[in-house]
Design a protein around this ligand. Structure first.
Ligand SMILES: [Zn+2]
Length: 411
């Protein structure tokens, strides 16, 4: 007798081999059996084993719990004022130079208590989960002092400890130079490498280290110094690269064996081939290119070069205030030219690889974690077809039903 069986599903395991459509591995009228938090059986509904709890999904799409490979979800404060100015035509970097942008979120985040930050982060994590997300990468980067960065990473870890989502963390002390150290970037990088990173690593609060390597952010040499220090401490590395200019960040990530290069609107050919050769995942962030009114990266370039593509929300208050990962997949199809199958793999198995999760996350496979999301549509390909607004009707995390939404079909 199993713990749980979901039957009558239009399942996409995302665990196949071959073309993108074969990797998606759609199986109409399938059932999934769960025991002890793991998937133990996959097959036709008619042959489903007995279970203590059986859910009939009536043809609904069933996928692995979605994976968001890039979020900044621990922060306080709103950037609606800045958004209004930018949409009125003012430049993001001009506003940032005046102490707006990331610096304004840093001030609000530092002023919040750890309990307040946790309550805000939990609400955002639950909003992601309502969209079918069960695993998420969470960055720090709105504290920018040792103690405040530790606080943000503790909040991220607590989201997993309290069973909200599966979480990997990235220390992003090199997100921006903090307002009180404006004009002292070299000294701030010394602090990130010499104080913040050792404290974070010793506390065991980061799985990876991230750097914002771009025009107006950190240079290639500063990025190299920080990521090499991370690797020396046994941490994984990733970076925000090529959002405005390719400073050589993608090639550096390839050299260092990075998990992912994120943004990539401006990546050059050398960066693309280096990422392909080293197996670094490209994380595309439609919320950011939409909000910044940028040209989307071209999926055909990544496909031709052989760079795997994931899609994230980039959930953050400045450039991507969204928790709707299926909407981001839908925009990646329409703006960047990803196929529907690539977009689905990009928010499941490829995203899991980018985020550095254990083998089996982002896939439905026997022996893998029982993280599953059902949606009120009859075909898994309707996730990127729907242009936003699609919520999960049932979410299972580590074998337990953690969220149930409206079951009514919408398309
Ligand atoms: Zn980001």
């Amino acid at each position: 007798m199993l713990d749980l069986v979901l039957k009558g599903a239009h399942l996409a395991t995302c665990d196949g081999a071959g073309s993108a459509a074969e990797q998606l591995d759609r199986r109409p009228d399938a059932a999934v059996g769960v025991e002890g938090g793991r998937v133990v059986w996959i097959g036709p509904s008619a042959e489903a084993p007995a279970a203590r709890e059986v859910r009939e999904l009536e043809g609904a799409a069933l996928l692995p719990g979605l994976v968001d490979p890039h979020t900044h979800l621990v922060f306080a404060g709103s950037r609606v004022e800045e958004f209004t100015r930018r949409m009125g035509g003012e430049d993001y970097r001009t506003i940032a130079a005046e102490g707006g942008g990331i610096a304004s979120t840093v001030r609000a985040t530092r002023a919040a208590s750890e309990e307040q930050l946790f309550a805000l982060a939990k609400a955002r994590a639950e909003a992601l989960r309502a969209r079918g997300v069960t695993s998420v990468e969470v960055k720090s980067g709105y504290g920018l002092t040792t103690e405040s960065e530790l606080r943000l990473l503790r909040v991220a870890r607590r989201l997993e400890a309290e069973g909200v989502l599966r979480v990997t963390t990235s220390f992003l002390g090199a997100h921006a130079v903090p307002p009180e150290k404006r004009g002292e970037r070299a000294r701030y990088v010394d602090e990130v490498v010499g104080e913040q990173l050792p404290a974070v690593a010793e506390a065991g609060l980061a799985d990876a280290v991230d750097v914002y390597c771009d025009d107006g952010a950190f240079t290639l040499e500063e990025t190299r110094r920080i990521l090499e220090a991370a690797k020396a401490r046994g941490l994984k590395v990733r970076a925000h690269v090529g959002q405005f200019a390719d400073l050589g960040g993608p090639a550096l990530l390839a050299e260092l064996g990075g998990l992912s290069g994120d943004h990539l609107e401006a990546i050059d050919e050398a960066g693309l081939s280096a990422m392909a050769e080293a197996g670094v995942v490209a994380v595309l962030l439609p919320g950011a290119w939409r909000t910044l009114r940028q040209e989307a990266p071209r999926a055909e370039r990544f496909r031709a070069a052989g760079v795997p593509m994931a899609v994230g929300t980039d959930l953050n208050p400045g450039t991507s205030p969204t928790t709707d990962l299926p909407l981001c997949a839908a925009l990646a199809v329409r703006d960047a030219g990803m196929t529907v199958e690539e977009a689905l793999l990009g928010v499941t198995r490829v995203a899991a690889r980018a985020a550095g999760f254990e083998e089996g996350v982002g896939r439905v496979r026997v022996g893998g974690p029982a993280d599953l999301a059902a949606f009120p549509v009859q075909d898994p390909r309707a996730l990127p077809y729907a242009l936003g607004g699609l919520g999960a009707s049932l979410v299972v995390r580590a074998g337990a039903i953690v969220a149930e939404g409206p079951p009514a079909p919408v398309f």
